[in-house]
Design a protein around this ligand. Sequence first.
Ligand code: OKP
Ligand code: ZN
Length: 343
Amino acid sequence: MKIIHSPRHLGHSGHVELMNGRVVPAFEKPERVAMILNAIGERPFGTLIEPAAHGLDPLMKVHDEDYVRFLGEAWKLWTADGRDFPALPSFWRAPGMRTDIVPKTIDGKLGHYSFDAGCCMVAGTWDAVQAAADIALTGVDLVAGGEKSAFSLCRPPGHHAHAGTMGGYCFINNAAVAAQSFRDRGAARVAILDVDYHHGNGTQAIFYDRPDVLVCNIHADPLQEFPYFLGFADETGAGAGEGFNANYPLPWGTDYTGWSAALDAACARIEAFGADVVVVSLGVDTYKEDPISQFLLDSPDYLKIGARIAALARPTLFVMEGGYAVEAIGVNVANTLEGFLQR
Ligand code: OKP
Ligand code: ZN
């Protein structure tokens, strides 16, 4: 299996987030990728390759043009105001306020284009974000070109990003960009299987009214967990997309027994859909020691997850999302890929 990676993610570092009301170093940090590369390097299945540049057009097929432009200029606008520290949004709309206004100044724009304070920006953020999208698109090149599978080692992650909104550490929705690219290269039916601990609200929203991309999400119940305001079981799609979105919310404390029942249900859904290709939003923050999560999966469970996904017997692109237990993230990702390849 080819693993697509770029050192350009290293530019997205030194950023912060809000945790329990305090500013803390971001959990979504460069060490995550280093640990994954270490673990993969110790096993025989991976060939590391660099992404090819694909430009911004494939991003704008799932994102708004003005949003992509904003991401590209945000750091310049922030520093033009004399600030030499990381940029963080802290103002948002409430229901009832104007939605038809895009503020002219950077603080207003940061609020307009985000839904939380989870997307801190530094000088290298935009370059890292573009590299991650190229990593996803290079994975599509490989799988659309006939490889059975590939692993796009994206960082930052993407599944919380909406068409015009960043949030939850995510700027560009790498999995959505990949799914759209598969469609554009002739796949009639694309399934996205999101196994990250958090609901992939952005991915759901992007494809919500479309019948050509089935989105299945297994995640912590939003009544208890981020992103709180989307990801419930009664969200099944809209219009032509009715029936093509499936959510499997699970309570805090879910172990592999409960989690794998949802995986089986999601896989049955993907089989019934007749997916030509599967994009896996691979988060391993379901791990029992994850510092921001409340599920109880253990490292050997990821071998079984990989094997179950392989049993779908479809071309498969793994796209990296979350996982914050740095000491175990590598083993958990490598186990998933190994379980997939051994089946
Ligand atoms: C991104 B991905 C802690 C509060 C939660 C958002 C979590 C984003 C997870 N500061 N912040 O789905 O792994
Ligand atoms: Zn997550």
